[in-house]
Design a protein around this ligand. Structure first.
Ligand SMILES: Cc1cc2nc3c(=O)[nH]c(=O)nc-3n(C[C@H](O)[C@H](O)[C@H](O)COP(=O)(O)OP(=O)(O)OC[C@H]3O[C@@H](n4cnc5c(N)ncnc54)[C@H](O)[C@@H]3O)c2cc1C
Length: 417
């Protein structure tokens, strides 16, 4: 180690913290500096739309690590600290306060930002997206005002975050309208059978769900006693709201990398080891797009991806190769239903259901050419854990076997038979 050994990590979220801790776990003894532009210590985002927003857990349960735990590992965390520029030739990062930090290794873990609603009124007060703790705080205050005034809530976008907020608002007894522009919910990530199941679930819980819904504008209403917003649709209909939550996806925060000449394409392009196109620079988490062996790019926004890419990135900074090979997984909680996905279902040519769809505990197996690609499980954690093992082992049940609830698929993993 030389006195110059200094790894700088830009972005103090899940991926950034993972890199810092993995470096220490691997015995790295140089300086590790974690820079985050938020005022908070690193925190968990998933509960922001679920348990925290519902008031079921407190703010302290969002925090990933106590400051003492970071200090013990000799990780320097600087919050409220924004990186303005990177110079990959000089190996420096410039902060917005003018400070210049030298790095021997740099990690970019800048996350993603909500896509803005490109419509008149899309930035009106009370029209809010959910990414950060501060966003969640603003949404929670507005939800409380909706409860106090019996104002309805409108959710624009039928993706996971929007639907989780819709479910949470229903738990609070609010009237909720969810507007999805596509013909089905979660169409980018789920098979039609599950989109339909989710639509039915939300309707059963009292959400007014509109598909193929084209929003034209959001108007501000200034009339005593009426909700302050009106969501105007292209067909002329309109929905009053005390709060409009916009969940129409995110864009990777790759501006710093782009300006530094690092290859970006829908995110910072990384290889399986989280290396970017620049020497000594790695990237991990929601800000990345991973180049796959077939040349295509994979963008994932999940806890598992940020964690696993973070581990690979730390290894790469230490000159080691730890390619990311883990089967992707993800979860979402809506009402009393837990979705757990394993694998990636895009490209599937066949899917079958195992379990009890009506009773709400089942799994959808996705296959292509008879090969298992992915399994999406609802309240079926045993199936999910097994699916991950099958996918890791490259073992595919046939469609008939997958559908047969009496057949123990775990037997397929046994090598002694
Ligand atoms: C409401 C919500 C619910 C979710 N639910 C689930 C779920 O159920 N399951 C699941 O698997 N995933 C879920 N996710 C996704 C998951 O939380 C993300 O994939 C994960 O947090 C990504 O971690 P990250 O470190 O890449 O990015 P982030 O956690 O976004 O961290 C990036 C940090 O970098 C900071 N930053 C950006 N630019 C700069 C700069 N120039 N200087 C300094 N700092 C900077 C950002 O402000 C941010 O703090 C959810 C996300 C949200 C928002």
């Amino acid at each position: 180690m030389s006195a110059d050994d200094q790894i700088v990590i830009v972005g103090a979220g899940l991926a950034g913290l993972q890199i810092a801790e993995s470096l220490r776990a691997a015995g790295y003894a140089g300086a590790v500096t974690l820079l985050g532009d938020e005022q908070h210590l690193p925190y968990h985002r998933p509960p922001l739309s679920k348990a925290w927003l519902a008031g079921e857990i407190g703010a302290e349960q969002l925090q990933m690590r106590a400051p003492e735990a970071l200090a013990r590992k000799n990780i320097t965390l600087r919050t409220d600290c924004t990186v303005a520029r990177i110079d990959t030739a000089a190996q420096t990062v410039a902060l917005t306060n003018g400070e210049l930090l030298h790095y021997s290794g740099l990690a970019l873990t800048t996350g993603a930002s909500p896509r803005a609603l490109p419509l008149t009124g899309g930035d009106a007060p009370g029209v809010l997206a959910l990414r950060s703790r501060d966003d969640a705080g603003n949404i929670a205050s507005r939800l409380a005002a909706c409860v106090d005034n019996a104002w309805p809530v409108v959710v624009i976008g039928g993706g996971f975050v929007g639907l989780e907020v819709a479910a949470t608002a229903r738990k609070k007894g609010l009237s909720v309208t969810a507007l999805e522009a596509a013909p089905r919910l979660l169409s980018r990530v789920l098979a039609p059978v599950l989109s339909d199941w989710y639509a039915a679930l939300h309707r059963e819980h009292g959400v007014q769900l509109l598909l193929d819904a084209q929003v034209q504008a959001i108007e501000t209403v200034d009339a005593a006693g009426s909700p302050p917003l009106l969501v105007r649709m292209r067909d002329g209909s309109a929905y009053p709201a005390g709060l409009v939550v916009v969940g129409i996806g995110v864009v990777a925060n790759d501006g710093l990398a782009q300006a530094a000449g690092i290859a970006c394409e829908r995110g910072i392009v990384v290889d399986a080891c989280s290396r970017t196109s620049a020497p000594h620079v790695v990237a991990a988490g929601d800000c990345t797009a991973r180049r796959l062996p077939d040349g295509s790019l994979l963008r994932l926004e999940s806890v598992q991806n940020a964690t696993e890419q973070g581990k690979s990135a730390a290894a790469a900074l230490l000159g080691q190769e730890r390619p990311l090979i883990a089967t992707p997984w993800f979860w979402s909680d809506q009402y009393d239903k837990k979705l757990q996905t394993a694998g990636l279902s895009s490209g599937a040519d066949q899917w079958v259901v195992r379990g009890d769809m009506v009773g709400g505990s089942f799994s959808v197996f996705h296959l292509r050419g008879g090969k298992l690609l992915a399994v999406d499980s609802i309240n079926a954690t045993k199936d999910h854990l097994l699916a991950r093992k099958l996918l890791d082992a490259g073992v595919s049940p046939t469609a008939t076997q997958a559908m047969d609830g009496e057949l123990d698929l775990a037997l397929m993993l046994r090598t002694d038979m």
